[in-house]
Design a protein around this ligand. Structure first.
Ligand code: NAD
Ligand code: TYD
Length: 336
């Protein structure tokens, strides 16, 4: 099989490339990524001599380039991770979110449609479903869409387009809506890597509001195993919710990180809350279990410990990132 993976230099995409090459060494991967601030070739360093993996720098919004690529390469499968992915950035400026997440996805769908109807898996988020109260039942595949940030609105639009190409053009698609991922290679602007790296650097850790917001955390390898199972055994046209069965308040995750790193609560700095901060996300993944036999395997307490250690052991990886473009973003975020 020849597979196009988009966004394969980012956090989940790079982990997926490594995962797929380990599990399916006979397949050929073309990894397309435009290397925004979040894309990093260092994430792919260990496979730079692997003949089954080819990196192409290119933008999914560049329609002629995408059309040429699809004509030339004869892909059997597209796995679409490329996106603008950080909620706080979408609060500062939505335009790249609409461009990449909506228009970029449409370009890929058109190219898949126009080149024989290529199998297309779209990687999406639970944030399209909106926010839950602490009593609400978890999201499932039938939950109505109610996105509330520019990020989740752009992802919701992309999900609708993907489904529309199935109904209108019979494009063989599947979609996964997954909860908050954690693991190696996550850009240190997201909660877990930001807090771990700040603590290593001797900086405070910024908890938004009072830290009562709840997320469901999944290890990136569990997510990617779910994506693989959907690609191989999922029903065409269907959506699958994937989650980690690990709902945690931000303040509890914060205390867990502090405890793993042997630090005290005086390292916490309570800062202004995110605008429109969704209270709670939670996922009911019983459809994926019933149809595919999927469920998360990495226990959160083990996973978070492994992940903290990864960032402690890989300072070279994140130090470069944190000293570059991130500084500009940080200044805007905190008006400093
Ligand atoms: P990320 O920001 O770490 O990586 C995104 C990658 O896409 C980067 O390498 C970037 O360079 C690339 N990219 C961005 N715009 C592009 C463009 N126009 N053309 C080509 N490449 C482009 O994001 P991530 O956390 O790895 O998320 C990957 C996917 O998974 C996204 O679609 C996201 O919505 C989804 N998702 C993420 C989470 C999470 O917790 N991180 C949870 C559920 C779903
Ligand atoms: P994040 O990792 O940005 O993921 P998402 O917003 O997509 O869920 O944030 C996870 C939670 O942590 C979210 O409730 C916001 C909160 N948060 C903080 O309290 N401080 C921070 O510095 C960041 C980045 C996030």
């Amino acid at each position: 099989m020849k597979i196009l993976i988009t966004g394969g230099a980012g956090f989940i995409g790079a982990n997926f490339v490594h995962y797929w090459l380990r599990k399916n060494p006979q397949d050929e991967i073309v990894n397309l990524d435009t290397l925004t601030y979040a894309g990093n070739l260092e994430n792919l360093k260990s496979i730079e001599n692997n003949k089954k993996h080819r990196f192409i720098k290119g933008n999914i919004c560049d329609t002629p380039f995408i059309n040429d690529l699809f004509k030339k390469e004869n892909f059997n499968l597209v796995v679409h991770f490329a996106a603008e992915s950080h909620v706080d950035r979408s609060v500062l400026d939505s335009s790249d979110f609409v461009k990449t997440n909506v228009e970029g996805t449409m370009n890929l769908l058109d190219a898949a449609k126009n080149n024989g109807g290529i199998r297309f898996h779209h990687v999406s988020t639970d944030e399209v479903f909106g926010a839950l109260s602490s009593e609400d039942a978890a999201f499932n595949e039938k939950t109505p869409y109610d996105p509330r940030s520019p990020y989740s609105a752009s992802k919701a639009a992309s999900d609708h387009l993907v489904r529309a190409y199935f109904h209108t053009h019979k494009l063989p698609i599947t979609i996964s809506n997954c909860s908050n991922n954690y693991g190696p290679f996550q850009f240190p602007e997201k909660l877990i890597p930001l807090f771990v790296t700040n603590l290593v650097e001797g900086k405070k850790i910024p908890v938004y509001g009072t830290g009562e917001n709840i997320r469901d955390w999944i290890h990136v390898d569990d997510h990617n195993r779910g994506v693989e199972m959907i690609i191989k055994n999922g029903t065409i046209g269907e959506t699958y919710c994937l989650g980690g069965a690990a709902e945690r308040k931000n303040i509890d995750i914060t205390k867990e990180i502090l405890s793993i790193m042997g630090k005290g609560e005086e390292e916490i700095e309570y800062v202004a809350d995110r605008k429109g901060h969704d209270l709670r996300y939670a996922i009911d993944f019983s459809k994926a279990t019933a149809e595919l036999g999927w469920k998360p395997q990495i226990d959160f307490e083990k996973g978070i410990t492994m992940t903290v250690e990864w960032y402690q052991d890989n300072e070279n990886w994140w130090k470069k990132i944190k000293s570059g473009e991130y500084q500009e973003y940080y200044k805007k975020q905190y008006n400093k």
